[in-house]
Design a binder for this molecule. Structure first.
Ligand code: TXA
Ligand code: MG
Length: 331
């Protein structure tokens, strides 16, 4: 649908969820593919459509932090503090799961990932549905996450019963995931839309990345990959040199993305896909840029990542994964 969804559309979407169907909906981070979280059959269909292994847990979306008690066994003080500070918003909390939470959403684990999204249509849907909605990003397993309704349609087509179109996602990268399920210090399982600096200000310490066996299984594999080979360049000079080498070797369809502030004297034959004006714009446009590279048949995408501050950490993380999984990273 191209018009702004109405109350009727939201009611219809909630009814589809109640019947065990799948509804794609906008969040501030990326579009989610939603199913009734307590309906094991619906969640099984969700996994089948995504092509996702059954032992990967899925985030359950809630209308409000007041609903946490229905899903978590206990709510540690740090969880209350983070929920108060950042919900609704791009932050997922991993907590010990409550009694009766189906294995389907936890991947059989003792923990559950929960978040309250900051997007009016998502919140309207959650309120109309009246319970938790399990929703991974609305792309096939291993592909680039969707930040528009058109991306969802391209990826999932008729496998989804309804797509609510809320326009482009405002943040553009997935939620930050913090594990509070153990007595140990909070762990950062995924950099994302909520900057770690802001988490640290609330927690009193910087959450450390999980260095043990990965607890967020979706993060193990190199995801977020376009077909184009993604190569990371440290600065404008490095990008210019690499572009010149590729072009003089006759490499077709070389393109670049670099921050507007990055100085570079680019070869005129180089296609510049974007020069994001700041890190927020870089994050917001990142996945659309990767899709654009593929749509244009780009063979090699040369990228200068943003600085690591704020949401830049998440953008750098996704670009590093894209480079790793497309062979553009020789590490
Ligand atoms: O921004 C987002 O988080 C988006 C929107 C739709 O909310 N969702 C999203 O879902 O990115 P997905 O399924 O693509 O990624 C969820 C990540 C996976 O890496 C998964 O392993 C991790 O969250 N996760 C979910 N529940 C977990 C749990 N109980 N323990 C550890 N990791 C968990
Ligand atoms: Mg995903």
């Amino acid at each position: 649908m191209s018009d702004t969804p109405s109350t009727g559309d939201v009611r219809r979407a909630a009814a589809i969820l109640r019947d065990g169907g799948l509804v794609a909906f906008p969040t501030e981070t990326v579009y989610g593919l939603g199913a009734a979280a307590r309906n094991a059959g619906a969640v099984a269909r969700l996994y089948a459509v995504k092509g996702r292994p059954a032992d990967h847990p899925v985030i359950v979306h809630l209308a409000s932090a007041e609903d946490l008690g229905g899903w978590a066994a206990e709510i540690p003080p740090a969880a209350t503090a983070l929920a108060t500070a950042f919900w609704p918003g791009p932050l997922t909390l991993v907590l010990r799961r409550g009694a009766g939470v189906p294995n389907a959403v936890t991947g059989g684990r003792e923990t559950i990932g929960l978040r309250v999204p900051d997007q009016p249509l998502a919140l309207a849907l959650l309120r109309a549905f009246g319970d938790g909605i399990a929703a991974p990003s609305a792309n096939r397993f291993g592909a680039v996450s969707p930040t528009t309704a058109a991306h969802v349609r391209e990826s999932l087509g008729d496998d989804v019963d309804l797509i609510l179109d809320g326009g482009p996602s405002s943040v553009g990268v997935e939620s930050t995931i913090v594990d509070l399920s153990t007595p140990a210090a909070p762990l950062l399982l995924r950099a994302g839309g909520t900057p770690v600096e802001e988490l640290a200000a609330v927690l009193g310490a910087v959450p450390q990345p999980d260095l043990g066996p990965a607890r967020a299984p979706g993060m193990l594999a190199a995801h977020y990959a376009p077909r184009a080979r993604v190569e990371l360049c440290t600065d404008g000079a490095a990008l210019t040199a690499r572009a010149a080498a590729l072009l003089s070797a006759g490499t077709p369809a070389v393109a670049a993305v670099l921050p507007s502030r990055t100085r570079a004297t680019l070869p005129p034959e180089l296609t510049v896909l974007a020069r994001p004006r700041d890190t927020a714009a870089y994050a917001r446009d990142l996945y659309a840029l990767l899709r654009d590279a593929d749509a244009r048949g780009v063979s090699t995408l040369l990228v200068v990542p943003p600085d690591a501050a704020g949401i830049g950490l998440a953008v750098r993380d996704r670009l590093a994964r894209a480079a790793r999984s497309t062979g553009g990273d020789h590490a």
